[in-house]
Design a protein around this ligand. Sequence first.
Ligand SMILES: Nc1nc2c(ncn2[C@@H]2O[C@H](COP(=O)(O)OP(=O)(O)OP(=O)(O)O)[C@@H](O)[C@H]2O)c(=O)[nH]1
Length: 386
Amino acid sequence: MVTTVILGMLCVHLLCFCVMFLLISTRLNGKKMGMEVFALGNFLLGLAYVLQLLGGPAGWGLMSVVNHTLTLCAPVAYVLGALRFFDRPTAVWRPLLALAGGYTAVQVLVQSTLGSEARHALLAGSCASLFLVMTVAALYAGRTVAKDLRAEMLVFAVLIAGICVLNAAKMVMILSGGMEALDLNSSFQRTFYIYMSFLGTVLPPCAVWLVLRRLTDELRSMAAHDPLTRLLNRRGLTDGLDAHFRSRTAGPAYLLIVDIDHFKSINDTYGHKVGDLVLCHVAQVLKATARQGDLICRLGGEEFVVISLDTDRAGALQLAERTRAAIEHSEVPGADSARPVRCTVTIGVSAHFTSTQALDESMQQADAGLYRGKASGRNRVESAHA
Ligand SMILES: Nc1nc2c(ncn2[C@@H]2O[C@H](COP(=O)(O)OP(=O)(O)OP(=O)(O)O)[C@@H](O)[C@H]2O)c(=O)[nH]1
C-alpha cells in the first residue's frame, strides 16, 4: 500500500515537472537547451508508472510490455536532452522509436523463450547498464565539455549511480528469487521507489538550475561583447582591466586606439555588408597580432581599442606598428573577389597606466595621438608623447 502511494506521488511529480519543462521550453525561443526532450522523458516515465499502477502485479500482457519499453525509453530521452543541452544537435524521435520497436521485439522473444522472470531481469539489467553509462558520461562531461558545471555533474553522477546500483540489485534478486522480488510490498521495492521518488523530486530542479546558469552566463557574455565582431565591448574591457589590475603581479598597460581610415568611403563604395566584413577582418587581425591575454575591444563604429598588458613603451609601439602593417598588407576575405577590398588604420598609443581609473585619461592620450596621425596623412602610428 505504502509503495503504491509512493508510486502515485512519483507519477504526479514526473507529470508536473513534464509540464514545467514544456513551459520553460516555450519561453526559450530558438535554443531550447533540451528542455522539451527532458519533458518527453518525464512524460514517458510518468506514463510507464501509471501503467504499472493500473496493471497491478507484474505479469505478461500488452500493458506490461508497453510499461517496460517506456521505462527504458525515458532515460534514453534524458540522455538525448542532455546532448541538446550541451549543444550537440541530435535527433530524438527516430532513435526513440527504433529503441521502442527493437526492445518490444526483444521482450516478446525473451518472454516466449525464457519466461517472465528473464523479461523483468532484462529490464532491470538494461536500466542498470544505461544508468552506468550515464554516470560515467556525467563524470566525463564535468572534466571536458562542462568544466564550468563540474560540481553539478558530480551531483548528477552520484544520484544516477544510486539508481544504477538499485537496478543491478533488482536484476540479481529477480534472477535468484524469482518474481517475488517484484512484490510492491517488499522492503526492497519500497526502497527502490522511495529512491526513484527522491530522484523525481531532486533532478528536475537541478536541470532547471543548469538552464538558469547557462542563460545567465550567456547574458553576461552578451553584455560584455560586441555582437558583430565578438570582441569585448567597453563594459567587457573595463571588467577585463579590473581583473588584470587586481592581480598583485600586474605590470603597466598601454592603450592603443585603432581607427579604420576613410571607412565611410568603404561603406559608400562597396555597401554596408562589405563594411561589416571589413570590421570583422580588422577584428581578426587585431586578435592575431596582439599577445594572448591582451584586451581587444570594439569601441563602436570603426574604432577599436587594444590594451597591451605587462609591456613597456617599445613593446606597445611595436605591437601598434605590427598591427598597422598587417592590416595594410592583407585583403578582406569574403568581399567582392573581382574588386579586392583593402583598408588601412591609424593608431594612437597612450602613455603607460597602472589602474582602471586611468582608463579615460589613457583613452584621451591615445585619441590625441590618433588625431595627429589622421591629420598627418593616416595609415600611421602616433604615440602620446611624440
Ligand atoms: N558597415 C558598418 N558601418 C558602420 C558601422 N558603425 C559605424 N559605421 C559607419 O562608419 C563610418 C564612420 O565614418 P567617419 O567617422 O566619417 O570616419 P572615416 O570615414 O573612417 O574617416 P577617418 O576616420 O577620418 O579616416 C560612418 O559612415 C558610419 O555609418 C557598422 O557597424 N557597420
